[in-house]
Write a protein that binds this ligand. Sequence first.
Ligand code: TRH
Length: 357
Amino acid sequence: MLWDIFCRVIDNYGDIGVCWRLCADLAARGHSVRLWVDDASALQWMAPGAVQGQWPQVQVLPWELSSDTPTLQHLPAADVWVEAFGCEIAPALVAHFAQCLPPAQPVWINLEYLSAEPYVERSHGLPSPVMYGPAQGWTKYFFYPGFTAKTGGLLREPDLAEPVQRPNGEVREELWVSLFCYEPPLLQALLSQWAASPTRVRLRVTSGRATHAVQALLGARVELGSLRVDYLPTLSQPDFDALLRQCDINFVRGEDSVVRALWAGKPFVWHIYPQEDEAHGAKLEAFLAQMQLDASVCTLHRAWNGLLPPGDGATALLALATETLPQWRSAVEATRTRLLKMDDLGQQLIQFVSKNR
Ligand code: TRH
């Protein structure tokens, strides 16, 4: 099938990160994909070669062209439209394909944000009739990623790598930690705890906001007591995923990397994307509940996200003691095993489209 995927980058890398994974996944399953995106800059490092047209079966197109009727006239009609995260497809594109003869009605999917909240099961797959405009009478469907069998599942490549096992016990002499975050209020306390730790800690800090947040606290220092900091360049998605598999603890953020942390199978702390209406608190709690984590790990999550009263946070860091890691890791592995039994998001989308064509 031919898929059109529409993506508008709001901020950070989640929109394009998720859309790109979906494109690559569909292509790997034998489909052809056009990705319409208003800012493809992050793809230069996330998926080298993609923008240059070197990715088999995926064409990256500038968003502006989706309003350019002469361009559209040369394009075959897609079988599927995926409107990611409520970005509105350009009216000119809708009009063009609706006015073709015969009209090229695609399966039109609104791909939503990931959440473990109960509304996801209720809303997944619901139709929404298009009430006006050139596509009046067509139907859009809501497609919700999620963590249960009644949702659209999670993005997962068919050849997903196994978590890296340590040959000699759970933790090597040096604790390896990846850091991908916004500006967590506990960061200073965390760095101080690791500087004073009996175990050496190697902190692998991802580029961008995480690097800026650490450098704002440490300045030019890269060693502080037991703590050693590596600042990483921007990584391709496969290299980012490999980083998570190699570390003993992963600090991740936003929509896509939390899923990758699950697949990496290591203890992780999620910095949830903060929302203005504070909706992220409920979203975090729903996620923690389905993970069935120890109470201390849940407290650490709340503190890392600034959702505890100031002062209550510092003791939360005790959850990171090396003795507690094996138990924490078992909890992540149990969730990973459960999720692996579900169909992944790519499979489910293909099945959904086949059923609704
Ligand atoms: O960058 P994010 O914070 O994106 C956010 C969230 O998804 C949020 O929910 C969304 O609403 C907002 O964007 C608009 O975190 P996320 O989702 O993990 O996306 C990061 C992507 O970047 C992910 O695909 C992994 C990728 N990445 C790399 O490929 N290489 C790197 O070096 C790094 C640091 C990230």
